[in-house]
Design a protein around this ligand. Sequence first.
Ligand SMILES: [Zn+2]
Length: 610
Amino acid sequence: MIRGLVNWLLGGTASMPGRIPESVIHQIRERVNLVELVGQQVKLRRTGRNWVGLCPFHSDGKPSFSVNPERGFFYCFGCHEGGDAISFLTKLKGMSYVEAVEALARTVGIEVTYEDGGDPAARARSKERRQVLSDLLREAHAWFRTRLTSPEGREGAEYLVSRGVNPAMTSAFQVGFCPAGDGLYQHFTRRGLPLNMAEELGLIGRSRSGGFRDRFSGRVTFPVLTMTEQVAGFSGRSLPGGHDPKYLNSPDSEVFKKGELLFGLVQARDAIKKQDQAILVEGQLDVVSLHQAGITRAVAGLGTALTEHQAMLVKRLTHRVCLLYDGDEAGRKATWRTMSLLMNQGLYGTVVRLPDKEDPDSMARKEGGPELLVKLIENARPFLEHALEVLSGGAGRSLHGRVEAARQGMEFASQIKSALDRQVFTEQLADRLGLEPAALKAEAAVSASSGAAVSTVDAMQEIPRKEIDLLELAVQFPEVVPRICRDESFDLLENDAVRRFLLALFDQFEEEGRYDLQAAMNGVEHRGLRDICGKVLMDDRRLPPADAERGVREVMSSFKRSRLERKMEELSRKIRVTESSGEGEKVLELLREQEEVGRELAALAASRRN
Ligand SMILES: [Zn+2]
């Protein structure tokens, strides 16, 4: 169930055909050598059965990162990241689940199949179709690249020079040029490529006279890459005095979805991981200029408002975002919208407010600009502070203005996930607007009932010792999980996260006939719980299975014992009360009940001795 959900969440875009069967994923996990895979990124040293090294997911002073090749699992005791080969790639490279599976499958020579109950012939045709589309994009890309360095591309090359783009950046971002006319169309025709499909991809289009023309004609081309570094489409920048719009994107198609891609993410992903922050800007040239100025963690959307899907792409790499949008009104509006969206996705960050007529590109190209930008980014305002400033700054003194700002503020507050942050924000806003906090809270209650404020309190709930014992047994010997979950005392477990985790494992077993710790752990936010699982998975020592059975029996019976003891006390109390009220019949009944509980306790004690 969880695997399906993860599959759907991370990879199930409309462009991805169906679901990958468990058996294929299992096969891939079996064959991948996790030490080798991790070793490409991290220097690992052997200790016992495990390998350790510096964690690639946080800046690690001592080797906190362990790999257990036998179990195919990694875990970091510093930042609590953990998982298998697939999640290693999704976390490190920002790939989707499906992309990571495909990438691993290629390295171990397994062909990935998809299931969706559809007709296999149709599936094969669709796969073939996607292949042709990809080939066309690659062909166009190569053609654009060559034009830029040929005499036909002089205009484009000169434009890049005028914008201060250096050759290293042209090559890093694989910039190309499409000369005015129908050169690409001619090229496709000569090679006998399917023109209707090139038209679907928006590479060529019908001219008024009914013939074909190049859609990116007279534009500098920036390829937009997927996380597996395939060209998904293009963004074409017109030259000064050229056609509108300034940036023309490939139209949405089977292989290109504007809302699901970020420009520059492939080039920026290492820096984003290393510095644990992504910088979001508006335009392609902003990205290129920032990278050239040494700020290499910048990415941009594709001309539309940031989507949840794009936020998720960033979230795979970092939880911290800096918004560096244009200084004009449109940029400010976009900043506000994006801030809300990111917070709603659990991402936090800061905002840089640029002077009115500036954008990141213009700033980066100024004398001393890069240094100034670095400073601005370092001193950027946290989201909540920025929001307070905008709201109180725009409110003015009139009551109407202040009330309106309060209303906007509470709508914004409903996106804040942490209850504490929400409270502090509300109080500060009330203070700045000169309104009663209680009034704002009342307004917030209205917003929250329609909004999606979720608290994550249980991520901190402490795990009782007995439940830790149980978890350790369950992780080491998943086969005891059904015994635990079916036990009449299961509901006596106090920690919700532990109960959910065990039930997730149980569900997998019921539905798929096997356990997938990785998938079950994906759903866990509780750090203590993650640590316990990580420790067990990295532990060399193994209990004999018989001991595991006995361990579970003991823990579960101790839950039962506690429950019976509580019941015993409760009955004693009731008996005292009933006695004093003189209801003899009732007392007798309670005494009988107590005797029964006593027998159960004795039986429990006897079974322990055996
Ligand atoms: Zn770490």
